[in-house]
Design a protein around this ligand. Structure first.
Ligand SMILES: O=C(O)C[C@H](O)C(=O)O
Ligand code: SF4
Length: 515
């Protein structure tokens, strides 16, 4: 097994930087369905270009490389203790090389271990089997989509859909609701794995297991095949679209599994995965540890080279008739008041990252820099320091903004911040603060971490690095950083509108379908 560690390193790098073929095809199909010039088409172009950039740079598709989870099947007699140690070493190396973001945080102290190791992390699960080779699968599922997982306990009442009973039709309602409740926040369009039955933990395990199925496979259980087909067709009518911008594709894949339950419990568990669906697998030789075969390699590949060209031209990423406005901080209130939902902004100059730890900190501390008129970017990047001590950005897409909802409005007012960039939108409290204070919310394309890293021309400084790399305040100088105004200073929110209209559509699926 002397090659096993190297094989695991390759598996990690490939999973983080190269989307599997079945996922690429699903994204290409979604792109083909959108009308040119819409916000959804623009977002999908950026996503496609980003996928190609990650291939070329051998860098993370998305900066959030998740909680690395390995599922391994071994012939009897293979030493699992040695394999575990080799995987841990491969994870440490991939982190050092900027292929994984240091993502392992002490839940009590908040301290980032810096190397992706921690109590129970990475997750490694073994199973024995009768075959003569080792099968290793890896999924890198980020936090934004993980937060959108949901578990239903039947019977229940669902917003828009009414009562969901303990039958196939109740299950149907739960799954439709799970897509609705995610809105754009898990970087839609997404893939869902559904587990029917079990208890709370085995139900979620079953749901996550479904994410290892190929996007194109057909469920051998006829009832579940019909349900998967129904969900794919109808969830895509919800109009949530890519990034929650509205549009034709909300769901890229739906895989459903079933297990027995106990009489009193009836769970439907849904694991939501973003478009940056990073899961791969390899067959490993049980003696040498060498890779014998890569999995998920069937069918046609989609290269997205043309998309990269378009994205690099930048000019063509505009949205139909929408206005394009160049912003450079410091920004005045008057400039902000001119911006309207739908405008495309291109940012030049300085932006400052700030996410969960920074927002909490700023509530009762002074800011480390003058934030008056400045732009805050909800982002936890992947950064590497060179030998001269200079920092380089390896991946830097937006993080889910709604987590900052309790703080955002107060912080903007306290420091005079004029714009925040993030993804997935924010709520009523922030919307009213934007109106009162004169601020905007700019939606960047979630997961497009290579695309945005390319817009960052230099790292000018960093504060509060003790919070860990993803949570520090990075001072970034950007050029042509593109985002869409989705909440303005006049009380308009695209997110509110899409949520409302998708709820109305959801209610149209109230009547029983599977009797
Ligand atoms: O932690 C991050 O960088 C992003 C996260 O995956 C998110 O979707 O919010
Ligand atoms: S930022 Fe979006 S694409 Fe990246 S892990 Fe989070 S949900 Fe997925």
């Amino acid at each position: 097994m002397e090659k096993f560690q190297e094989s695991m390193y390759q598996l990690i790098v490939e999973t983080s930087t190269k989307l599997p073929k079945d996922v690429r095809r699903a994204i290409a199909r979604a792109k083909a369905r959108e009308n040119a010039g819409t916000r959804a088409a623009m977002a999908l172009s950026t996503i496609a270009g980003n996928i190609k950039m990650a291939d070329e740079n051998v860098s993370p598709i998305c900066q959030d490389t998740g909680l690395p989870t390995f599922k391994i099947k071994v012939p009897v007699g293979v030493n699992q203790i040695q394999m575990k140690e080799a995987i841990r070493q491969a994870v440490v190396q991939a982190t050092k090389d900027g292929k994984l973001r240091p993502n392992s945080v002490d839940s009590l102290t908040g301290e980032n271990s810096g190397d992706n190791l921690g109590v129970g992390v990475p997750v490694i699960k073994f199973e024995q089997w009768e075959k003569d080779y080792i099968d290793v699968r890896l999924i890198l599922k980020g936090g934004g989509c993980e937060n959108k997982n949901i578990q239903y306990s039947l019977p229940c009442e669902l917003e828009g859909l009414g009562r969901a009973g303990r039958d196939l039709d109740g299950i149907r309602k739960c799954i439709l609701h799970s897509v609705y409740q995610a809105q754009g926040q898990g970087c839609s369009a997404g893939f869902i794995g559904v587990g029917i039955g079990g208890d709370r933990s085995s139900g979620y395990d079953l749901a996550k297991e479904q994410l290892f199925r190929s996007v194109d496979d057909v469920n051998p259980n006829e009832e579940l095949r019909q349900l998967e087909e129904y969900i794919m067709e109808n969830a895509n009518k919800l109009g949530i679209g890519t990034m929650g911008f509205g549009g034709e594709t909300t769901l890229l894949g739906c895989k459903i599994g079933v297990m027995h339950r106990i009489p009193a419990s009836f769970f439907v568990s849904v694991a939501y995965n973003c478009w940056a669906f990073r899961r791969l697998g390899v067959k490993i030789h049980p003696e040498t540890g060498e890779i014998q075969e890569w999995l998920y390699q069937d069918g046609e590949d989609v290269d997205f080279a043309e998309e990269l060209e378009k994205v690099e031209e930048k000019a063509s990423t505009g949205v139909g008739e929408s206005r394009e406005i160049v912003l450079e901080a410091p920004i005045t209130e008057e400039q902000i008041r001119q911006l309207k939902v739908g405008d495309v902004v291109r940012i030049n100059g300085m932006i400052y990252t700030g996410r969960d730890a920074i927002h909490k900190y700023l509530m009762d501390h002074d800011a480390p820099v003058d934030l008056n008129g400045q732009i805050i970017y909800h982002c936890g990047p992947v950064m590497l320091k060179d030998k001269e001590g200079k920092w380089h950005v390896k991946a830097a897409g937006p993080t889910t903004s709604i987590r900052e909802e309790p703080y955002q409005g107060d912080i903007m007012k306290k420091f005079g911040i004029r714009a925040v960039i993030g993804k997935g939108g924010m709520g009523a409290k922030t919307l009213s603060a934007l109106k009162e204070h004169g601020g905007v919310y700019l939606n960047a394309i979630g997961g497009a971490a290579q695309y945005y890293a390319d817009c960052i021309k230099s790292v000018e400084g960093v504060n509060l690095l003790e919070f860990g790399i993803p949570e520090a305040m990075w001072h970034l100088k950007v050029e042509n950083f593109t985002a869409v105004v989705t909440m303005d200073s006049h009380g308009n929110s695209l997110h509110e509108d899409v949520e409302k209209s998708s709820l109305e559509t959801l209610a149209q699926f109230k009547e029983p379908v599977f009797k």
